[in-house]
Design a protein around this ligand. Structure first.
Ligand code: GLU
Length: 302
């Protein structure tokens, strides 16, 4: 039975810069939750964005997280039964999912040239979500049989069921409800340059790696709604989700990789100690949970 699956968590950073304090806290929570459940922690290197990902950032991710005191049971550097653990080496798995979505008529080719094409390789981390609403221009466009043979040559969008409500119980924020077609529109699953988009790759991998719980930042709450549609279309049971509150700087701006002041590298060079950071994370989460549960939204502590 699926609800008896043993816990499998994951750390899924993208090597597009140095990890910052916000990543550290999210990954520390993911680690804590896995260890508390005596589960398995998977490290997945999300390196599909070939223009922005760099090997030096991959090495820095391992080093910085190990410095913080984290370890993982499976990953590119330690191996495991679901290898390879770098997305750039998992194209076949994504292609298989693309075929399945095509055969089930969940996706359609899109020839519109838009800015979201460029963005689709990255997880949408902006506070107001990434997406430019897509009006569905290509949905009813006549396409040739040849267009459907392979994803190459055009981009592909998932056709969302307009007005359908998508609900899930987040393990931190409680019940979340989004409406397809209103909160988000037909999103990209494959880019014109023949690379799977973030939404498809992450679902294909969470399913293939049998992840039972996803711990990540609250900026991906809306992406979870999209991903639940993909899980359903692919016929997989989705994992559970625990979204962590975002960490902000003194001006209330969400921490980002471009902000070096909060990178683990910099903090470490300035003498920060992993135990102190861990204590700080634990205190913050307890505080946040208390604040939230006051308003009755948070459901669990870490
Ligand atoms: N790799 C993504 C990022 O670091 C996060 C993916 C996820 O947790 O779903 O931005």
């Amino acid at each position: 039975m699926d609800h008896q699956r043993s816990y499998r968590g994951r750390l899924a950073p993208s090597p597009t810069g140095y990890l910052h304090l916000g990543h550290a806290r999210t990954f520390w929570i993911a680690h804590q939750r896995t260890r508390a459940a005596q589960g398995t922690l998977v490290f997945r290197n999300e390196d599909l964005d070939y223009q922005r990902c760099k090997p030096e950032f991959v090495n820095a991710m391992y080093a910085d997280l190990r410095w913080l005191g984290l370890d993982w049971n499976e990953g590119p550097d330690v191996g495991g039964p679901f290898a390879p653990y770098s997305q750039s080496q998992r194209r076949n798995i994504y292609l298989q999912c693309w075929r399945q979505l095509r055969d089930g008529q969940f996706i359609y080719p899109c020839s519109c040239s838009r800015k979201d094409q460029e963005r689709a390789l990255q997880a949408p981390h902006e506070d107001d979500d990434d997406e430019m609403p897509y009006p569905g221009t290509c949905h009813n466009r006549i396409s040739s049989a040849k267009d459907w043979e392979s994803p190459a040559g055009t981009s592909w969008r998932f056709h969302v069921p307009d007005n359908q409500t998508i609900t899930f119980d987040d393990l931190f924020f409680g019940r979340q409800t989004f409406t397809a077609g209103r909160d988000f529109s037909d999103f990209l699953v494959w880019r014109r340059d023949d690379i799977p988009a973030y939404q498809l790759a992450v679902v294909a991998d969470d399913a293939a790696m049998q992840v039972t719980e996803v711990v990540r930042g609250a900026d991906l709450l809306k992406s979870t709604a999209r991903q639940l549609l993909l899980f359903r279309a692919l016929g997989h049971l989705p994992p559970q989700y625990f979204h962590c509150p975002l960490m902000r700087d003194e001006n209330h701006v969400r921490l980002a990789k471009r902000n070096d002041a909060f990178s683990l590298r910099t903090l470490r060079a300035q003498g920060a100690k992993p135990e102190e950071l861990q204590r700080q994370f634990a205190a913050e989460m307890t505080y946040t949970t208390k604040t939230l549960s006051h308003g009755d939204t948070a459901k669990t502590n870490i």
